[in-house]
Design a protein around this ligand. Structure first.
Ligand code: UDP
Length: 315
């Protein structure tokens, strides 16, 4: 049970894009936060503003190793993992290890401390989906040996392990399936479409649209996503819940939106479509709406203003 005064949260991947925003929200809501990260894809810049805060403690550690912590823990938020296609293509074994061994260690910590555990899972568990939009009941269409297999299968394993701990050890668990998210603190060179297009547009260079740009994605602003995840942790629901923005667009439409929002002179240049790139992706968020009373609030145009402002300082 959470402590009545200040609950203690452990965030793995606390120096990452999502982990650092989650840490900010938890501190703002009165939690003590212990952040863990090994900086494989996270950055010290994302947590530099937390230095000296009495409620924040940071441990540099690879979470595939045993996590030893003294004292009470109420919540474990397991966010550590490379999450961008070029990152996990470069780090397939580390990606598989953090999704499997890292999830095992984080669940072990939750069990030991009788804490509630939340797994940051992903829309990638649906693979290149044959059901559209994706509901949580869909089992997915994943190529285990394709370039995305290391990430997709690690997260699928992580979900299975989470449910196994829930059933066998009776620990309280939550699973969020995160769809494409954007906002400040994304890495400029992480290869994902949002930082790629914004940095290209700000330099008036061609936007590299893969394939014909007919594939679709739906982009959620980071503050919306983190609020939804927080609500999920506090809920009593232990099955997976999609959190994302259902406003779907093609990648080509998105490129044009970025050119407009940055007032760039860039054009679009077409590049080969990577193998197994999902053709369409949009969350069905009926479950999150009903169970959590959650829906995204920030329209793309507004979220992009803040994101572009951040990237202007970085390029
Ligand atoms: N994409 C693109 N140009 C880029 C980077 C990505 O056209 O420079 C496309 C990519 O092929 C995919 C979509 O944008 O269809 C989203 O890619 P991202 O890497 O952001 O994440 P994904 O949703 O594929 O995991």
């Amino acid at each position: 049970m959470p402590s009545p005064s200040a609950p203690t949260s452990v965030v793995t991947g606390a120096a990452g894009f999502l982990g650092s925003h989650l840490t900010d929200l938890l501190l703002a809501r009165g939690h003590k936060v212990i952040g863990i990260d090994n900086f494989v894809t996270g950055s010290v810049d994302n947590i530099a503003h937390l230095g000296g805060k009495p409620n924040f403690k940071f441990i540099e550690q690879d979470v595939t190793e045993f996590i030893f912590l003294e004292g009470n823990v109420d919540y474990v938020w397991h966010f550590a993992s490379p999450a961008s296609p070029i990152d996990y293509l470069e780090l397939p074994i580390q990606t598989l290890k953090v999704g499997s061994l890292g999830t095992h260690k984080a669940l072990g910590l939750a069990k030991n401390k009788r804490a509630r555990f939340l797994l940051a899972s992903t829309s990638e568990v649906y693979g290149d989906p044959l059901v559209h939009p994706q509901t949580e009941d869909y089992w997915g269409n994943v190529n285990p040996i394709g370039p995305r297999g290391c990430y997709d299968e690690a997260k699928r394993f992580a979900e299975a392990l989470t449910i196994a701990y829930n059933q066998e050890h009776r620990i309280q668990t939550r699973i969020v399936r995160i769809f494409n998210t954007y906002g400040p603190r994304m890495r400029l060179n992480d290869g994902r479409v949002v930082p790629a297009f914004i940095s290209q547009a700000l330099k008036n260079k061609p936007l590299t649209v893969f394939g014909k740009g007919a594939q679709t994605r739906s982009f959620c602003y980071v503050s919306d996503l983190i609020k939804g995840i927080y609500r999920l942790m506090l809920s009593s629901y232990d099955r997976p819940v999609n959190i994302g923005n259902p406003a779907e667009m093609t990648v080509l439409e998105f490129a044009r939106e970025i050119i407009r929002a940055t007032r760039s002179r860039s054009k679009v240049s077409f590049k080969p479509l990577p193998q197994d790139d999902p053709k369409q992706r949009r969350p069905d968020i009926t479950r999150a709406r009903k169970l959590l009373g959650w829906a995204p609030q920030v329209p793309l145009s507004k979220g992009l203003v803040k994101t572009i402002e951040y990237f202007r300082k970085k390029v």
